[in-house]
Design a protein around this ligand. Structure first.
Ligand code: PLP
Length: 463
């Protein structure tokens, strides 16, 4: 009988994270402050603890994972690597499809891979409380879980549309001891301003980030910091444990060459976590198609420019060099709440501009169709975000069949959808529609970045 999954022993878990910044052909551009100059670590100090700021700016190739963090990650890591035998059979493909099952963590996704180290580093720095935003609720529950483990308070601003669609996510956060409120909220100036202009807004990750940062920096005790679940370098760094484990597991199966690496991308963390160790191989000459997948309703990588932009709607964050739809973008209310973000991680955006990746966008109906096929073959019910990766896997497996090639396809099954069944319900009832972003809306949204510094000018000025 063919092997279905590979477990790695705890003693073989990676002891270091991998930092792609060390190997990029062109070095990453710095974040910029309000004066248009690179931000200094001190400027970020009200928002993040210094130990994480150092990691954010670090250019070392390998970063040690603290022993205590490893111990906490071992609650569910190493995550199993599965082979999707039944999907392969259904498709009649010669491809071998492997996936990392990140849905085995207590909150149900890859997000705790960074929530745990972030909470731990904050605790080490003497912080008592973390604030954050959440879209689908996966990140908020991951941080709530991590804060419970290291004994920190946690407050989560949840995008209103998801707050309404996913009441059980709020209950998970509360069970782990966090507070969760819908965003925009009357609790912050950023929230009040938006509510005055758009009382019925479904909210957005950009707005919720503004609220969470404001709540952290205005705490008079100085003991609150903000935590972000994606986009930033240190978040992607923490997620590389996924790809590093996958490499060891593929070795155990004597798979010498991966041909295609796939993941869904909202802010870019789960995809980068799996893909970056393989991007290193690609930079060194390996032939690998590396494919991040996004929704057509929020086409950050496939249609938005590489530009400097704020990470949040109110413009509180430094300017980041990234693919961005513009910080005022309010995405249509598709069910993949975690993919509704206007920007994309700077390091991933840079890899796209360097042609190390081949991003793609899919409509939500195709993704649900893929997720249902997956559930009926592989059994697991996928998060709507993860469904985007599955749709691309099916396309790539069919392509391998047409070409008659025995390819190895690896993807990240970033989370389960057991708290997202309302989306499946809407799909089965025929209530879901596709929302490819209209060009006029894209252009309107890009207005918000037209006067900001341009990456090419900044690169020249720093050369
Ligand atoms: C299951 C799952 N996958 C993917 C994502 C997208 O985030 P990222 O691009 O940072 O991995 C999310 C975000 O909430 C998620 O919950």
């Amino acid at each position: 009988m063919d092997q279905t999954k590979v477990f790695l022993s705890e003693k073989d878990m990676p002891r270091q994270w991998y930092n792609l910044a060390a190997d990029m052909p062109n070095p990453p551009l710095p974040p910029l402050g309000p004066d248009g100059k690179p931000v200094s670590p001190d400027m970020l100090a009200p928002v993040f603890p210094m130990n994480l700021i150092e990691q954010e700016m670090c250019t070392d190739r390998w970063v040690d994972i603290p022993e205590e963090v490893l111990g906490l990650l071992m609650l569910w890591r190493p995550s199993p690597l599965y082979r999707a035998h039944r999907l392969e059979k259904l498709l009649g493909t010669p491809a071998r499809i492997y996936y990392k099952n990140e849905g085995v963590s207590p909150p149900g996704s890859h997000k705790p891979n960074t929530a745990i180290p972030q909470a731990w580093y904050n605790k080490q720095f003497g912080i008592e409380r973390l604030t954050t935003e959440t879209g689908a609720g996966q990140w908020g529950s991951a941080l709530a879980f991590a804060c419970a483990l290291v004994d920190l308070e946690c407050k989560v601003f949840m995008v209103r549309i998801s707050f309404d669609q996913k009441p059980f996510r709020r209950l998970m956060m509360e069970t782990w001891g966090a507070t969760c409120i819908p965003s925009p909220s009357p609790e912050t100036k950023a929230g009040r301003d938006i509510l005055e202009k758009m009382p019925d807004t479904p909210g957005s990750l950009g707005i919720a980030i503004s609220e969470a940062i404001e709540a952290a920096v205005t705490d008079p005790t100085g003991k609150t910091r903000y935590s972000l679940g994606s986009v930033l370098n240190h978040v992607l760094l923490h997620q590389t444990i996924i790809g590093l484990e996958a490499k060891k597991q593929l070795d155990l199966l004597s798979e010498k060459q991966v041909d295609v690496v796939i993941g869904c991308a909202g802010g870019g963390s789960n995809f980068s976590g799996l893909a970056f160790p393989f991007v290193a191989d690609k930079i060194a000459g390996a032939e690998i198609a590396i494919i991040p997948v996004e929704p057509t309703s929020c086409p950050t990588m496939t249609r938005a420019p590489y530009a400097y932009d704020h990470g949040d709607t109110a413009g509180m964050t430094p300017l980041l060099p990234m693919h961005s739809l513009g910080h005022t973008f309010v995405p249509p209310p598709i069910h993949a709440g975690g993919l509704r973000y206007h920007g994309m991680a700077p390091l991933l955006s840079l890899a796209i501009t360097e042609k190390l990746m081949e991003p793609r966008a899919y409509d939500q109906l195709k993704c649900y169709e893929a997720a249902v096929t997956w559930a009926r073959t592989e059994g697991f019910i996928s998060a709507p975000e993860t469904a985007h990766a599955i749709a691309a896997v099916i396309d790539e497996a069919n392509k391998a069949k047409e070409e008659g090639k025995e390819k190895v396809i690896l993807f990240n099954w970033s989370g389960h959808g057991l708290m997202d069944l309302s989306g499946y319900d809407a799909y089965f009832q025929g209530k879901l529609v596709d929302y490819p972003l209209p060009e006029e809306e894209l252009q309107k949204s890009l207005e918000s970045i037209k006067d900001l510094p341009k990456p090419e000018d900044v690169a020249k000025s720093l050369a």
